[in-house]
Design a protein around this ligand. Structure first.
Ligand code: 3PG
Length: 207
């Protein structure tokens, strides 16, 4: 599955921080039950790669990727754990080469027109705008859409249930990313029904 198809599979890509591997499967199942199939498991915790493997093996229908990739060796590790895509907060030639070598779909982060053009030169035209809110959100996306209409964005960082529908209405936005679908307290409390409700609301956003 190519990255644009993954982006089209879900209006909201949840950014997940999984501290305990035993949370991975019920959390992913709760999101999938609510209609959110694309899951970004950030590599910010020791449990992250084991969480990816557990979700891939136990949650049918989930499209599992990793996020917060900042080192080249992490692409192969993510692929070995079963991830089908990776998200980075920024892009360097080293990361681009490593993603290609690992044969994993990449959604690279950019924040400026020069970074977007550099990503195009590396062969990527589906990009994460990060951090979206700080970059100017809708104003920035509209401005980038003039000279760079070929880029499809996933704005992430500061996106909320209030701003998501407006962002999704923009022609150069394919999906949005956000952490609000899996609040730390709800995960810690095992409030899976509550997370399914959040997912259902987000899955209803049109693209
Ligand atoms: C992150 O870095 O955690 C993601 O960009 C999500 O940001 P958010 O918490 O503002 O949704």
């Amino acid at each position: 599955m190519q990255i644009r198809e993954i982006m089209r599979s879900c209006p909201v890509m949840p950014v997940l921080v999984i501290e305990k591997v035993e949370h991975a499967v019920p959390l992913a199942q709760a999101l999938v039950d609510g209609g959110i199939r694309v899951l970004e498991v950030t590599l910010r915790t020791d449990a992250a790669l084991a969480a990816v493997r557990a979700i891939v093996d136990n949650v049918p229908g989930a499209i599992v990727g990793v996020g917060t990739v900042v080192r080249p060796e992490q692409f192969a590790q993510a692929k070995a754990a079963g991830a089908v895509f990776a998200v980075t907060p920024g892009l360097t030639p080293t990361l681009a080469a490593a993603a290609r070598a690992a044969k994993i779909e990449l959604l690279p982060g950019v924040m400026t027109p020069s970074e977007a053009i550099a990503a195009l030169e590396e062969g990527f035209d589906a990009l994460k705008l990060f951090p979206a809110e700080q970059a100017g959100s809708m104003g920035m996306l509209k401005a980038m859409g003039g000279p760079l209409p070929q880029i499809l964005f996933c704005p992430t960082g500061g996106v909320s249930p209030e701003s998501a529908p407006k962002l999704l209405a923009m022609p150069n936005v394919g999906c949005v990313g956000g952490s609000w679908l899996a609040p730390k307290e709800m995960v810690a409390a095992g409030d899976w029904a509550g997370i399914t409700a959040l997912a259902r609301a987000a899955a209803a956003f049109a693209k």
